[in-house]
Design a protein around this ligand. Structure first.
Ligand code: ZN
Ligand code: ZN
Length: 409
């Protein structure tokens, strides 16, 4: 093996009052990342371009050297969820969400409070798949509140969808899908989506699962938010002889379409209400599977792409201590292993985030992410964090240039 790329989702952050004006990465005790930084080079990256706030799919697509328009999130998610797609199928990423009512139309939570158990999602999905529409479709729940929705055959994806990236308290109204051109098929596709959304609400809102949730004081998962409409199978650069350790549908789908061999695992089920308990279980498994996969396969593959998803979530929830703790956990496990393994085998290590998710903003931001490139060189850099990265030898990097610029591949 020549190189291992580790993406820590949503890694970048801003100084946080709760952490004495440090970022979670600055505040975290990360001796192993710092060891790698010391014997390498650091810099900072705009995953898509300066001033642009990337979603995860846009960021990964760019970091692997692709044009943004060459893929859509819906197609990547559906592929990752294991749904077979043919050209013309309309694929979308779906969230179970909470609204007050269809009439009032206020979105109360984009993820049904992050408390939807795997079992509840499965039961609700089953009910959704019974909706009668003029066209065939499949709804597949994936991890927690997430799912993929595919309408079969002959659609247009030039339509708007109803996902809102940030709830501001006002203007958080549900929106209908609209055609974005004069094509009849776009109008038709938007109509089908709207019919699905209305029927979905009617089924979900009074479903026994949601009645139970209300009794427990939980948010009902009574609405579906959609994004990333796509009908074309993405045309992505091909990465031969790469393995990928990914476990969320988006990253699995991206890896598969990019020609990588995916080593995945089933995400621990969310059984109880503590979503962070579930996230730590997932994180633990992700680090363990990554180490095992590298140990077993480093002779068979040239490169590895490891994507750790959990670090993004505390940013969305404004939990800087959780973010710090997760970074420390990955340092203690995965990077402790890599620190020993990489020098012996002469493997280069590249560590970065797909975008910043500053805790205080509770959403992705346009702030650059720190980049660490370990190449076993003479010690120079001090520590791996946002502040040091700004002064690092690699300087400014644009996502699309990353792998070539530092001669990782
Ligand atoms: Zn992300
Ligand atoms: Zn995110």
């Amino acid at each position: 093996m020549k190189g291992i790329l580790v993406i820590l989702d949503g890694l970048g952050d801003l100084p946080n009052k709760q952490l004495d004006n440090q970022t979670p990465l600055e505040a975290a005790h990360t001796p192993n990342l710092d060891f790698l930084a010391n014997r390498g080079e650091i810099g900072y990256m705009y995953p898509v371009k300066p001033g642009y706030i990337p979603q995860s799919d846009e960021a990964i697509v760019s970091i692997f050297g692709n044009e943004l328009i060459s893929s859509t999130r819906g197609q990547l998610e559906a592929k990752g969820a294991g749904i077979k797609l043919i050209r013309g199928d309309l694929a979308l990423r779906a969230n179970f969400a909470t609204i007050d009512s269809l009439e009032k139309g206020n979105i109360l939570d984009r993820r049904a409070g992050r408390t939807l158990t795997s079992k509840e999602a499965r039961i609700l999905a089953k009910a959704l798949n019974k909706i009668e529409l003029p066209r065939k479709f499949i709804f597949k729940p994936t991890v927690q509140h997430r799912g993929a929705l595919v309408f079969r055959g002959g659609f247009s994806d030039n339509i708007s969808t109803n996902f809102i990236y940030f709830l501001k308290g006002q203007d958080d109204k549900i929106k209908l899908s609209k055609p974005l051109d004069d094509d009849e098929n776009s109008q038709y596709s938007a109509n089908i989506l709207n019919e699905f959304l209305e029927k979905a609400y009617k089924i979900l809102d009074k479903h026994p699962v949601n009645e139970e949730r209300r009794k427990k004081g939980l948010m009902p998962a009574n609405y579906i938010l959609l994004r990333g409409a796509g009908i074309e199978i993405p045309k992505l650069k091909f990465y031969k002889n790469w393995l990928s350790v990914t476990y969320m549908p988006l990253e699995i789908g991206f890896s598969k379409i990019s020609g990588m061999k995916v080593f995945s695992f089933t995400y621990p089920k969310l059984k109880k209400l503590d979503v962070y308990d579930n996230l730590y279980k997932g994180l633990k498994k992700a680090c363990k599977v990554s180490i095992k996969t590298i140990k077993k396969n480093h002779k068979k593959f040239d490169y590895a792409y490891i994507h750790i998803k959990e670090t993004d979530i505390p940013g969305h929830d404004n939990k800087p201590f959780e973010k710090k703790a997760m970074i420390e956990y990955v340092d203690k496990t995965l990077f402790n292993f890599l620190k020993k393994f990489a020098p012996q085998k002469k493997i280069k290590i590249l560590v970065t985030g797909d975008h910043s998710t500053p805790c205080k903003l509770k959403s992705h931001s346009a702030d650059p992410v720190p980049v660490l490139f370990y190449n076993d060189s003479v010690p120079k850099e001090k520590k791996f964090n946002e502040k040091e990265a700004r002064k690092g030898i690699l300087r400014k990097i644009i996502g699309r240039d990353l792998l070539n610029k530092i001669e990782f591949v």
